[in-house]
Design a protein around this ligand. Structure first.
Ligand SMILES: C[S@@+](CC[C@H](N)C(=O)[O-])C[C@H]1O[C@@H](n2cnc3c(N)ncnc32)[C@H](O)[C@@H]1O
Length: 208
């Protein structure tokens, strides 16, 4: 599945993998990116909802990335691509203002202070997402981790490129519930009655 799973065995994507990524992007009028996509339930849900949109997942674990593409083939979805690489490299791999939506769902919280540097969400990552999103594009975040959620809310509220359009501390009692696609981890946390928090932030108009 070399056209669909970019395994990035040498670390960063090779020149050939970058070329495949660009070729796939050129085939679709709309692009969505999902970082830390796990085994892909949410990514495939997005792809099934809109076959005209290329849904690109970023997942470090090979088995999960592989399983995502395997399932996409079983489901007859040809608008899914997965890069087995760091989600934080997303802004460097795609052209500026080219993406309609960026999703991050239940990223690892890296709880210990000295591990915080491994967290995917950071002010620097949000700067990258701002450059990646086209005008009116949206950033979507779901988590069960209150501290990480509050931090993201604060960063976004101070970020000049974003307007936070929805924040909820209880996703299932919010307007987001109707269109929500559950992730694998979300199902697990839900079965443990853990609160699921979510937000959506829109890219403000880009002024040159
Ligand atoms: C807690 S799981 C959540 C998976 C999925 N989003 C879900 O909600 O079911 C976090 C996932 O992020 C992946 N991951 C961790 N750090 C990453 C990074 N920097 N870039 C891409 N994937 C990462 C892990 O391998 C794991 O599959």
């Amino acid at each position: 599945m070399p056209e669909r799973l970019l395994a990035c065995m040498q670390g960063p994507p090779s020149d050939l993998e970058i070329q495949i990524l660009r070729t796939q992007c050129a085939k679709f009028p709309r692009i969505i990116c999902e970082g830390c996509c796990g085994s892909g339930r949410h990514l495939l849900g997005l792809a099934a909802r809109d076959p005209q949109t290329l849904c690109i997942g970023f997942e470090l674990r090979y088995k999960r990335a592989f399983r995502t593409i395997e399932k996409s083939l079983e489901q007859g979805l040809d608008n899914v691509l997965v890069l087995r690489t760091d989600a934080r490299s997303m802004p460097a791999l795609l052209p500026p203002a080219s993406v309609a939506e960026v999703h991050i769902n239940f990223p690892d919280p890296w709880d210990r202070k000295r591990w915080h540097k491994h967290r995917v969400l950071s002010p620097q990552f949000l700067d990258g997402v701002a450059s990646l999103l086209r005008e009116g594009g949206t950033f979507h975040y779901k988590t069960d981790h209150r501290e990480c959620f509050d931090q993201a809310v604060a960063w976004l509220s101070h970020h000049p490129a974003f307007e936070t359009s929805l924040i909820t501390y209880d996703l299932y009692e919010s307007p987001l519930a109707a269109a929500n696609i559950k992730t694998e981890f979300e199902s697990l946390f839900r079965s443990q009655s853990l609160p699921i928090m979510a937000l959506v932030a829109s890219r403000r108009p880009i002024i040159d």
